[in-house]
Design a protein around this ligand. Sequence first.
Ligand code: APR
Length: 171
Amino acid sequence: MPLILREGDITTIPCDAMVNAANTSLLGGGGVDGCIHRAAGPGLLEECRTLGGCETGSAKVTAGYNLPCQYVIHAVGPVWLGGIRGERRQLESCYRTALALAAERGCRSIAFPLISAGVYGYPRDRAIRVAGDIIGQFLETHEMDVYLVLYTESAYRQACRLLPGAVRRGG
Ligand code: APR
């Protein structure tokens, strides 16, 4: 099953694992991090406080609380610094680590936002390609419904153009 493109708010998408675009503190923020924490409720932050942060390129798992998911996988993407500081490798590592954590837990579905493509400034076209590449490699050897959730129509349409082999599930 190829990657599935969805448009809208990731916190409304039922899945086994929902990926958050977090920062190294894991203590919340704006963007999708803020949306996930608001929708999950205070228990999510309480659990995050026990994790001791997370390094860039990695990810840690919590329960899903009030979200329509069993797990939240908090991935910390790189800040875009012009592409000469290993940002692509770090972003690839976010996707690989989150997918591995979901597979270890027997998840049958996982939803990703476009990690690093907001506040962290990663060019959206490049971020879409990294997501498509790493998820595509994973799906060559794993059975899982993997959603890439684009928050805006323009991002969704760009993803459809850049990832022609993906399934388009829309809003
Ligand atoms: N559902 C799906 N996608 C969303 C949502 C949402 N509710 N809200 C925002 N997005 C999209 C943005 O449009 C962007 O394409 O998620 C992508 C990632 O943007 P950010 O949330 O800004 O994440 P990132 O660029 O990785 O920056 C992380 O921002 O919010 C803080 O605490 C976070 O410090 C961390 C930094």
